[in-house]
Design a protein around this ligand. Structure first.
Ligand code: DUC
Ligand code: ZN
Ligand code: ZN
Length: 479
């Protein structure tokens, strides 16, 4: 398959220039002015539009079995919706049950993901610990191309990682050159607050944010960062939603730690007033963790993204329909946690980031694809417009507008947290490995066309960090 994208302005994380892009057999084959079209090539007219690397959403949960149900979006419907919005890769999560072999869980998720229409990779969650977990982490890194491990510091009694698990897994990650990541919320505190609120008769969705205060996130972020500091391993904090956690990241960065922060399009643009909606279904549709926060936290998150303390944007796409949310009708702690967004992330961030002047177009590319590709070690295969890179590209019309609605979205869920939001800046064409998967409203996603992307282990930077940690340690005292 050969395609020529003609007449667009190429925008990458560090450059903006006019050029045509030739894609051959899934790769970018040439970039330059006035390229000749090979015989039979498909011509895509990008005149007046920008051409960027396809988005990478580093945080999704397709068909996740969670809280007694299964997320409604599967790997095909979810990646198809992603392509409609200009996102060409996702990094999803394997979440083994405690005591389940993490390799067995990984294989299960790989099977589910075979129907993906876009490329995908996996972070693997460490939900328990023994020697077999450490061994399987080695095999996942060395043989399977997994270079990041996730730790839920919340969800007590289910998948929560305590400090012992964090210590063991962070230490093993360092040995392997893999990136530990954390969902930072103090799970014990959340558990106790949930109990107290229910006892007090607060059973509706308004109890959800009360049970997960900003301090619970700040404490967990600090704890994870301090563990990482002592161990000498980098750390990636997913869905930073509060200034509390952001301040911990800034402090750690200023102290020389290698730390990365992710923020969700939803946390940047939807505030916590949603939990006070008199319509139970609407309030419950917003139950996700960490919860939506007050405008003060949102303002801080934007500044964190603009200032570089936060490097990536994601969605935590995890869909539950109204009948699933109803499992918590009498008790908010039973409402399956999760909201959608994989389709809308790019246009929401363009509208609220680029169109408001908060982000340049280049910064937009950095935070929607290039930084995630660099942090998770798939750059420049992904996140770049370079000869030899995967031809994952989005042709973007910065003038095109629409109103986001559940009635028109492609996501397999009956609610949209961005309902009614007017966005300007939309994908007109999305190419996944050089194949046109979306064109002007026509979604041509192909079940199974997505490929698993191996992510190699890190080497030199990790060595440097652990050496630095060792420098501060005296040897045994000779007596
Ligand atoms: N938060 C959610 O809202 N859903 C899935 C998992 C998570 O951490
Ligand atoms: Zn999470
Ligand atoms: Zn998540």
């Amino acid at each position: 398959m050969t395609s020529l994208i003609r007449g667009g302005t190429v925008v990458t994380a560090d450059q903006t220039y006019r050029a045509d892009i030739l894609c051959v057999d899934g790769k970018i084959a040439a970039i330059g002015p006035d390229l000749d079209a090979p015989t039979g090539a498909q011509i895509i007219d990008a005149g007046g539009q920008v051409v960027m690397p396809g988005g990478i959403d580093p945080h999704t949960h397709m068909q996740l079995p969670f809280m007694g149900t299964v997320a409604s979006e599967d790997f095909y419907t979810g990646t198809a919706a992603a392509l409609a919005g200009g996102t060409t890769s996702i990094i999803d999560f394997v979440i083994p049950d405690p005591q389940q072999s993490i390799m067995e869980a990984y294989k299960t998720w790989r099977g589910w993901a075979e129907k993906s229409a876009a490329d995908y990779g996996f972070h693997v969650a460490i939900t328990w610990w023994d020697d077999s977990v450490g061994k399987d982490m080695g095999d996942l890194v060395r043989k399977e191309g997994v270079n990041s491990f996730k730790h839920f510091m919340a969800y007590k009694g289910a998948i929560m990682a305590d400090d012992e698990i964090l210590y063991n897994s962070f230490t093993r990650s360092l040995e392997l050159g893999a990136m530990p990541t954390v969902h930072a919320e103090n799970g014990e505190l959340v558990f106790q607050l949930q109990k107290k609120l229910i006892e007090e008769g607060i059973t509706g969705p308004e109890g959800h944010p009360l049970s997960r205060p900003p301090a619970a996130e700040g404490e967990a972020a600090n704890r994870a960062l301090r563990l990482a500091e002592v161990i000498g391993v980098p750390l990636y904090i997913v869905h930073v939603s509060t200034s509390d956690a952001l301040e911990e990241i800034k402090r750690a960065k200023a102290a020389g730690q290698r730390v990365y922060g992710e923020v969700l399009a939803g946390h940047l643009t939807v505030d916590d007033s949603v939990y006070l909606d008199p319509d139970w279904n609407k309030a419950a549709a917003h139950v996700m963790s960490p919860p939506f926060r007050s405008p003060e936290h949102q303002a801080a998150l934007w500044k964190g993204l603009q200032g570089g303390a936060l490097q990536t944007t994601a969605t935590d796409h995890c869909c539950f329909c109204a009948d699933q949310k109803a499992m918590g009708k009498d008790n908010f702690t039973q409402i399956p946690n999760g909201t959608a967004g994989v389709e809308d992330r790019m246009s929401v961030l363009w509208t609220h980031g680029v169109n408001t002047g908060r982000l340049t177009m280049n910064e937009f590319v950095a935070v929607t694809s290039a930084n995630a590709a660099k942090i998770f070690n798939i750059y420049p295969q992904k996140g770049a417009v370079q000869v030899g890179a995967d031809a994952d590209l989005v042709v973007w019309d910065p003038e095109l507008s629409k109103t986001i609605s559940v009635k028109t979205h492609h996501q397999n869920v009956d609610y949209n947290i961005f309902e009614g939001m007017e966005v300007t800046g939309l994908a007109t064409h999305t190419l996944s490995r050089g194949v046109l998967a979306y064109k002007d409203g026509d979604l041509r996603a192909v079940k199974g066309a997505g490929q698993y992307v191996k992510r190699p282990a890190f080497a030199a930077p990790f060595d440097a960090l652990s050496k630095q940690a060792a420098l501060h340690r005296p040897g045994p005292v000779k007596r």
